[in-house]
Design a protein around this ligand. Structure first.
Ligand SMILES: [Zn+2]
Length: 90
């Protein structure tokens, strides 16, 4: 994930991105930006994510003794993260 202003990398797991609220501030240049879900990317990623979830992640999760629903949750969260984009405020 890159800052739309200074192009520096912002970690997906940084406090900035995981803060609630629509408007976030870059930790490098302090400029505000918005995060949004790119639904085109999400749609493209949906099928491989589903296949991965059902055939690879689910058996693994079940072998750990957890319910299969956990894998759907993980894939859903990953899908959101991967299709998240940052843009400047208008
Ligand atoms: Zn920045």
């Amino acid at each position: 994930m890159k800052c739309p202003h200074c192009d520096k990398k912002i970690s997906l797991f940084s406090k900035t991105l995981n803060k609630f609220g629509k408007v976030k501030v870059c930790p490098h240049c302090s400029e505000p930006f918005k995060s949004f879900i790119n639904f085109k990317v999400a749609a493209i990623l949906f099928i491989p994510a589903l296949v991965l979830s059902l055939f690879i992640l689910k058996p693994f999760i079940i072998s750990l003794g957890l319910t299969g629903g956990v894998s759907t949750g993980i894939m859903g969260g990953l899908l959101v993260l991967l299709s998240m984009r940052l843009k400047k405020l208008d």
